[in-house]
Design a binder for this molecule. Sequence first.
Ligand code: DGJ
Length: 694
Amino acid sequence: MIQCWRLEDARQTLVIGVRDKQLAEVVYWGPRLPADENLETLCAAHGLDVAGGMLDQHPELSICPAAARSFQGQAGMALRDGNGKPILPKLVFDQAVAETNALTLSYSDQANGLSYRAHFAIDAETNLITTWAELDADQPINLQYLAAPVFPAPQLSDEMIDFAGRWCGEFQLSRTPWSAGMRSRDNRTGRTGHEHFPGLIIPCRGATNTQGEAYGFHYGWSGGHRMIAEELPDGRRQIQFSNASDTELAPLTYFKTAPLFVTYSDTGLNGCATAFQRHLRDRVVTWPHPDRPRPVHYNCWEAIYFDHKIPELQAIADRAADLGAERFVLDDGWFGKRDDDTTSLGDWFIDARKYPDGLSPLIDHVHGLGMTFGIWFEPEMINPDSDTYRAHPEWVLGDDHQILGRHQMVLNMALPAVRDYLFDRIGKVLTDYDIDYIKWDHNRVLPSPDADQTRGTYDLLDRLRTAFPQVEIESCSSGGGRIDFGVMEHTQRVWLSDSNDALERLKIQHNAALFLPQAVTGSHIGPRVCHTSGRILDIRFRAWVAAQRHMGFEMDPRELTDDEADVLRRVTQWWKDNRDWMRRADILRLDAADPAVLAEQHLRQDQFVVFAGKADTSTQIAPRPLRLTGLDADATYRVDLANRDELARKGLSRGQSPLKTGPIEVSGQYLMHHGITLPWSFPETMWVIEGHKI
Ligand code: DGJ
């Protein structure tokens, strides 16, 4: 017997079929099927032929591949009973609950006392499918892993793209050719990690940023993920995502995966990117003030580090406000006796040596300048040199053998006493002062991964958000060490990287745009001499790179020359003039013919802006035209340089390109298929091109 369901939006159809009460299979996932497609025929046609040297029937590549069905790859779950004996689930179909745009499939295994549910929901506006699995057991069992519903990967694909990285070098694309066997990633850091952003893109052959087919995956969990991309002996391919394995440390009777977000695109990698960007911005994140413009930030970390002096901070605030900042964020160093990073994490009491009258003198000053005030915490961490540790050594996670990270240990967030303490301390600061923002840091890996830690952190974030709904929270973890849709359910911004080097940032932002929209992605203009690379970059390049995302400043503004301050004021004003439509725009990565150019197009309805960053010296002498994307081919666009005033500084350009003197009006077809020819420019510069449909 065959039962089938279809979930779809304007661009894709997902067909799920159950045959003979076995675990369901994704029998089709791709461009939208005709309305009258016979799904039973599809399910029947899905079966593969059998030849020599095979089992008599192909085991289902199901939503939870079953070892008990002689499946020859990684099974969808791995369990042991209370005595440590492996359990081989034999799940039998019970029922389906199909609603508009949602489907739940239920299974049970009476002999082993298990029941399993797989959930699917499609969002017709964002084009993202959200799916997750649950498992109930009659008796406490040990879970090694439980995959979110498993998807087949396309055959006409030569490679997969997943993500690696490091401190100051997040979102590096890692391309792996498909071959027999599996690529497995099992993140043991206990946090999302710079090294392990939980995303995967499978481009079909020939796909680029702007064209071709691609499949996108993201697992929304901050405790570390496990990914399997496997080509089976029979050639079929499967994609599994779950929590990192062996992170449920106690036997339990209920388990739930984090949500896995997936999408199919027929507009290249950008189709995946726009689905993720829109869904994160419009569905996952909840904004305290959805209609309030994103404020320009000033963050004092790279200006003063731990050396907090109220008059200096006030002087810095004066200059930041003059440049256009609208929110002043007081970073690490205001509490305990925190004069360096060896001490005081956990002692969330204002340092009376630095702030004898509390934070009011600074906060009042900041408010007087028309800025709001934000503050840094690193709640989950503790220094052994802290009063809190001396009073509660039992609050620490892990044992004595662990190696400290940045001189600190991790608090056990599963302990209610720890969460209560942190809620009280953070709550006191938020109650005593008018604060609208927390930068929530997390500067080391866990001693060993533990799913309870992530659940505890989410719980604390929820409690604080309920008690202080007006406060926005930024997820920071030595820069981009905790970026995922799980933490973004509880926060509104990510600190993408500790690298304020605009050249590095350009690259990190470009790749992060595969998942992250402008509205949540922090980007700051750092000091003239970059503190993490030593590089010296012109203020114009630094300013425009920050203007690509949620803009801010992080240098000591007293170092700025008049010219630099003037540039910052102008670019900041440009950003303010454009921020409202840009926060709702899609960020589309362009296929630049010149590999030295990293370019993206922010597109919303009839308006766009292109940032064409010159990341390197071009091999050819003349600029290659840059093709745009997503435009109306038959419409005419007025296209202009937003930073024409920088022409004289961009080097050797001496030709007659019309864009040098004014806007041009050309068709969308021309822009998308010939491309726009930009004036010559030095490396480490940016052209900013604005376009409007006429
Ligand atoms: C790491 C963060 O990424 C930095 O921005 C800064 O907040 C420091 N921690 C403070 O210790």
